[in-house]
Design a protein around this ligand. Sequence first.
Ligand code: CMC
Length: 432
Amino acid sequence: MTDATKTAQITIGGKTQDLPIMKGTIGPEVVDIAKLYGESKVFTFDPGFNSTASCKSAITYIDGDQGILLYRGYPIEQLATEGDFLESCYLLYYGELPTPVQRKKFVHDITHHTMIHEQMVLFFRGFRRDAHPMAVMVAMVGALSAFYHDSTDISDPRQREIASHRMIAKLPTIAAMTYKYHIGQPFVYPQNHLSYAENFLHMCFAVPCEEYKVNPILAKAMDRIFTLHADHEQNASTSTVRLAGSSGANPFACIAAGIACLWGPAHGGANEAALKMLEEIGTVDKIPAFIEKVKDKSSNVRLMGFGHRVYKNYDPRAKILQASAHEVFEALGKQDDPLLDVARELERIALSDPYFIDRKLYPNVDFYSGIILRALGFPTSMFTVLFALARTVGWISQWKEMIEDPSQRIGRPRQLYIGPTQRDYVPIGKRS
Ligand code: CMC
């Protein structure tokens, strides 16, 4: 890992220190500054982690300039079109694609752990019906910690695996129950004869008074959305899960922390914000005025679903979803959806405007996912919930990798202190 032929030098106050250079299998080299403070008594400053690798990882690789996303080396395009979500789950978690026997067992294990403890059903009743579904998700996933005590000893590999399987299996059930509670319909229990995506759509859209048949094209689109969102290396929510887990915290609580972070509009909340934006624009003729507003910095308006910290090219997930949107609209017999027209035209105009070209702003995964989810029947308030459901496997794979890394230590960033220097306490009677 460390390239013995190369070092970086840093000179502080006339003293030069050699810093080892580390090389991964692909991607930029990394300067190892772990001993910098010990020897030179300085910290490094990198708010937002623009230039900082927080860990070693063998799970997901992104080349933001080329627009490449690999899960364990496999291109996302191949996994999303030739495989399915549970296969990607297995790949992310165990490191290799499953053999037929491994796949059968994994699918069986996940399928047979989809029910949640019946006592948890009572929790839902404590929420207002108009609570944001992400608020309910944070609480319900955190509450799993209180129910599955036999899988919370993180030093035991088997308990870690059971907790992970439980989360992959139960998140769709919790997400669907959250939706049903939100709209005032009865909960629909999981059905073991359905696939992962079919079961989820069934739990969301079936009602007890009539039969609900899942459209296979829509189930495929749902499954693809799950695959595309399954992992994305050290993004904000994944880093949150790793940081929470680094203290040895309960795995269910760590995933609840990830869900809380994902909720923000600059992260997972962007798909909700992108669709709201398309609805607000409404028609193609309003696009030029909207683009002008985005370019005017004083307006504080951003083109949601555009731009990415890492991708300075087309997000490969957005390309797959653009094609998927057409399939879904065709299956639903809705070729003329005005929002799809607005999205396509907005993308065309933005991609030819110097403001976006100069800043390398391209559509990201959230630009088309909202349109598809809306066509599938989900309200915008559920969009980030679906992201959380799909990302759970990425979070737990990253959490497991961290726990199993022998060099793992509690995450403890330092700071550049800019507050008052030491001063003496002033009794209240002497303060003016
Ligand atoms: N619309 C208009 N201008 C933008 C946008 C945008 N969506 N994104 C970035 N810019 C401008 C920004 O104003 C800045 O301009 P200038 O250099 O003149 O000050 C420049 O581009 C660089 O922006 P930045 O904020 O420094 O970039 P960042 O890497 O910190 O932010 C981002 C990345 C995703 C937060 C940002 O692009 C954004 O807010 N996008 C809209 C929200 C969105 O779609 N988020 C989903 C991200 S993908 C899903 C996920 O992984 O969670």
